[in-house]
Design a protein around this ligand. Structure first.
Ligand code: SAM
Ligand code: DTB
Ligand code: SF4
Length: 326
C-alpha cells in the first residue's frame, strides 16, 4: 500500500470478484473514484490525439469475427497492398497539420514478412523525422522483428488482447490468446512502449469485460496505452447485428480501466461515430484521455475533425500530453 491512502497504488494482482465489485458500484461512485485517480496522474483537461492510417488493407488470413479486413468474410472493402512510403508520409504530414501528436499505422497481416518490416522501418523513420510519435500494428512479431522496429525508433506497438481468455475462442480461432501474450512480451522486452486493449460490445459478459481489464492490469507492466474499442458493426462480418452494448456499461468499462491502470493513457477508440457528444464527455470524465482523431479509423468512419474540435471547445479540453506521465 502507498503511504498516503489518497494516492492510488499500481497493482498487478487484481482479482475477478474485486473488479466485478467495481463494475457493480453505483455509477456516481464509480465515476468519482475513476476521476479522482485520473487527477492524481494526469491533467484532467488534456487529451492525447492519435491518427490512424491503414498501410495495408484487407485480404487478411485471420478469422477475427469483428473485422472487415478478414479475407473470409464478405465486407464491402477494396483490398490494398502495402502503401508506398511517400504516400504514408503525406498522410502523416496531414495528420500533424490537423493536430495529431502520434501517427499509428495498421496492416492487415497475421504477421509481417521481414521484407515488409523493412518498408515499415522507412515509414517509422520518415514519420519520426516529422516530429511525431510513431505506433504500428502489424500482427504477431518475432524477436528479430521487434529488435528491428526498436532500432528504427518505434515508440509504440499496438497489439490487442481483444477480449477475455474465456470468450476469445468465440471471436478468433486462427491464433491463440497465448500467441498474443507472447508478442506483447517480445515488444516489452525490446523496450518498445505497449499499446494494448480490447473491444467491447461483441456479446461478451460483464465477467469477460472484467477479465479483459484484469489481464491488461496484471501484465508485468501496465500497457502505456490502453485502447477501449466499442465494436464497429460492419455488414458481412459475423458480429454484424450483435446486440448493442448499453452506453452506461461502456462508460463503466472506461472507468474500471482507469482505476486498474492509473498511469496509462486510456483511449476512447473505435466506435465514437456511434456515440453522442454527451457519452464521450462522460467517457472523459471516467478517465479516458486519448482518442483516435481523423475521419477514418482503418477502414471505417470516425467523427469529422471539425466535430471533434467543436467538442473539445465545448468541454474546454485541449490536445496534448504526448508523453506518458508516471
Ligand atoms: N492485423 C493486426 C492484428 O490484428 O494484430 C493489426 C490490425 S487490427 C485491425 C487492430 C485491432 O483493431 C484489432 O485487434 C481490433 O482490436 C481492432 N478492430 C478491428 N476491427 C474492429 C471493429 N470492427 N470494431 C472495433 N475494433 C476493431
Ligand atoms: C485499436 O485498438 N483500434 C484501432 C487501432 N487499435 C489499430 C483500429 C480500429 C479499427 C476499427 C475498424 C476499422 O476501421 O477497420
Ligand atoms: Fe486480420 Fe487484424 Fe483484422 Fe484479425 S484484426 S482479421 S488479424 S486485420
Amino acid at each position: 500500500m502507498s503511504a498516503n491512502p489518497a494516492i492510488s497504488t499500481i497493482r498487478h494482482d487484481w482479482r475477478t470478484e474485486e473488479v466485478q465489485a467495481l463494475f457493480a458500484l453505483p455509477f456516481n461512485d464509480l465515476i468519482f473514484r475513476a476521476q479522482s485517480i485520473h487527477r492524481e496522474h494526469f491533467d484532467p483537461n488534456e487529451i492525447q490525439i492519435s491518427s490512424l492510417l491503414s498501410i495495408k488493407t484487407g485480404s487478411c488470413s485471420e478469422d477475427c469475427a469483428y473485422c472487415p479486413q478478414s479475407a473470409r468474410y464478405d465486407a464491402d472493402l477494396q483490398p490494398e497492398a502495402l502503401m508506398p512510403v511517400d504516400d504514408v508520409l503525406k498522410a502523416a504530414r496531414r495528420a500533424k497539420d490537423e493536430g495529431a501528436s502520434r501517427f499509428c499505422m495498421g496492416a492487415a497481416w497475421r504477421q509481417p514478412k521481414d521484407k515488409d518490416v523493412a518498408r515499415v522501418v522507412e515509414m517509422i523513420q520518415g514519420v519520426k523525422a516529422l516530429g511525431m510519435e510513431t505506433c504500428v500494428t502489424l500482427g504477431m512479431l518475432t524477436d528479430t522483428q521487434t529488435a528491428t522496429l526498436k532500432e528504427a525508433g518505434l515508440d509504440y506497438y499496438n497489439h490487442n488482447l481483444d477480449t477475455s481468455e474465456d470468450y476469445y475462442s468465440e471471436i478468433i480461432t486462427t491464433r491463440s490468446y497465448q500467441d498474443r501474450l507472447d508478442t506483447l512480451a517480445r515488444v516489452r522486452d525490446a523496450g518498445i512502449n505497449v499499446c494494448c486493449g480490447g473491444i467491447v460490445g461483441m456479446g461478451e459478459s460483464e465477467q469477460d469485460r472484467a477479465k479483459l481489464l484484469i489481464e491488461l492490469a496484471n501484465l508485468p507492466k501496465h500497457p502505456e496505452s490502453v485502447p477501449i474499442n466499442m465494436l464497429v458493426q460492419v455488414e458481412g462480418t459475423p458480429l454484424n447485428g450483435t446486440e448493442k452494448l448499453d452506453p452506461i456499461v461502456f462508460i463503466r468499462t472506461i472507468a474500471v480501466a482507469r482505476i486498474l491502470m492509473p498511469t496509462s493513457r486510456v483511449r476512447l477508440s473505435a466506435g465514437r461515430n456511434a456515440m453522442s457528444d454527451e457519452m464521450q464527455a462522460l467517457c472523459f470524465l471516467a478517465g479516458a484521455n486519448s482518442i483516435f482523431y481523423g475521419e477514418k479509423l482503418l477502414t471505417t468512419d470516425n467523427p469529422m475533425t471539425n466535430q471533434d474540435l467543436a467538442l473539445f471547445e465545448r468541454l474546454g479540453v485541449r490536445s496534448g500530453g504526448s508523453c506518458h506521465v508516471q
